[in-house]
Design a protein around this ligand. Structure first.
Ligand code: PLP
Length: 360
């Protein structure tokens, strides 16, 4: 069986060593030493001064919206994981979908301005599959119309744009450290901002608003993460170079093996050092994509329609027409992609796809 993704698990002894420390200190959660240590190591790895570890990426997006005081309309992408849209609705805001660029699969900045009205407060865009959005264009629109920018950077660990992490972009960036992501803490995520006042507000919000044991600074939620999750992150971070290199090799290998397959891949924004978080391919039609998916499944190989359906079809949104996103969602598949996918497995996958194309 070849799954579409597989979490990285480090050598168990390394994790157990950190667990012994947790047992000795009997400090399990609430901003413990391992959480602090992981935050420090992540800042060093990413080359940034600030970051807040949180429970998961979804809570991160919700804290970002809350901390920025967003209560009205949020222009967002229909082509993302459901958490991007559901967080907006959960916070009592209204998602307004701007269709995507058919080449990059990211929000099309040319579609944003027409949607702005007096209730619009923010743009929430996903760097889809770890490929940065048209960030300069988005920044220009946001400053012209006085909008906040939040990036859902859940796919972006290890992606660089003009040599720097994309996590510093926007008013707030949010990433996920879920088990299926390239770097993970089992469950987890992080918030990033360059604004010290906003950072402070989000830090309070993450911990119920506590400002000392008996004082509170505003309304908060439980957005903390535990020592056990931090321990997994600390150990996994030791292997991050290996993970990134392995994924690049696997991606190059797919490129070579699938040269004669009639597919299109998203165009990566110039200036990007890509993290190869996913291997998405677009087939000519939904019928072909479904035939390919079924042919793979017959041999116990699992691809995923990611993202499907387009988020503009969710029944709790107002159903803006997003024809490009609908079309892309109907015929995209993410092929298996994880650190130890073998060459033999990739050859099997490509044989199945090429054979299916021949007899399609
Ligand atoms: C995984 C993911 C999320 C949610 O992150 P969690 O840590 O699972 O809550 C949000 N947006 C995108 C694009 C994701 O892929």
């Amino acid at each position: 069986m070849i799954p579409v993704t597989k979490p990285f698990t480090p050598p168990i002894q390394e994790y157990q060593e950190l667990l012994s420390g947790i047992w000795q200190r009997n400090w399990l959660t609430n901003n413990g030493p391992l959480v602090n240590d992981l935050e420090l190591r992540l800042k060093r790895f990413l080359g940034i001064p600030h970051l807040l570890l949180v429970t998961n990426g979804t809570i991160g997006i919700q804290i970002a919206l809350k901390a920025l005081g967003i209560t009205g309309k949020v222009i967002t992408t229909p082509f993302s994981y459901v958490a991007t849209t559901s967080s907006v609705v959960w916070e009592g805001c209204v998602p307004v979908f701007a269709d995507i660029d058919p080449d990059t699969l990211n929000i099309d900045p040319g579609k944003i301005e027409d949607l702005i009205d007096r209730d619009t407060q923010a743009i929430l865009a996903t760097h889809c599959f770890g490929n940065p959005c048209a960030v300069e264009a988005i920044e220009n629109i946001a400053s012209k119309h006085n909008l906040k920018v939040i990036y859902d950077a859940a796919h972006c660990f290890g992606t660089l744009y003009n040599g720097n992490t994309v996590f510093t972009l926007g008013d707030v960036s949010v990433t996920s450290f879920h088990a299926t992501k390239l770097f993970h803490t089992v469950e987890g995520g992080a918030l990033f901002t360059q604004d010290p006042a906003l950072l402070k507000r989000m830090a309070y919000m993450r911990n119920f608003g506590h400002d000392g044991p008996e004082r509170f600074s505003g309304v908060g939620i439980n957005g903390k993460n535990s020592e056990f999750h931090a321990a997994m992150g600390i150990v996994n971070l030791r292997y991050i170079r290996q993970i990134l290199d392995a994924r690049k090799g696997i991606s190059d290998q797919y490129d070579a093996l699938l040269e004669n397959l009639r597919i299109r891949k998203p165009r990566i924004e110039p200036g990007t050092t890509y993290n190869h978080a996913y291997y998405p391919v677009l087939f000519e039609s939904e019928a072909v994509a479904l035939k390919m998916k079924a042919a793979l499944e017959e041999k116990e190989v699992f691809s995923r329609r990611y993202f499907y359906p387009s988020l503009s079809s969710l029944d709790y949104t107002n159903g803006t027409a997003t024809p490009v996103s609908d079309d892309v969602a109907s015929r995209i598949l993410c092929l298996p992609m994880y650190h130890d996918l073998s060459t033999e497995e990739q050859e099997l996958i490509s044989r199945i796809l090429l054979r299916t194309q021949k007899y399609a």
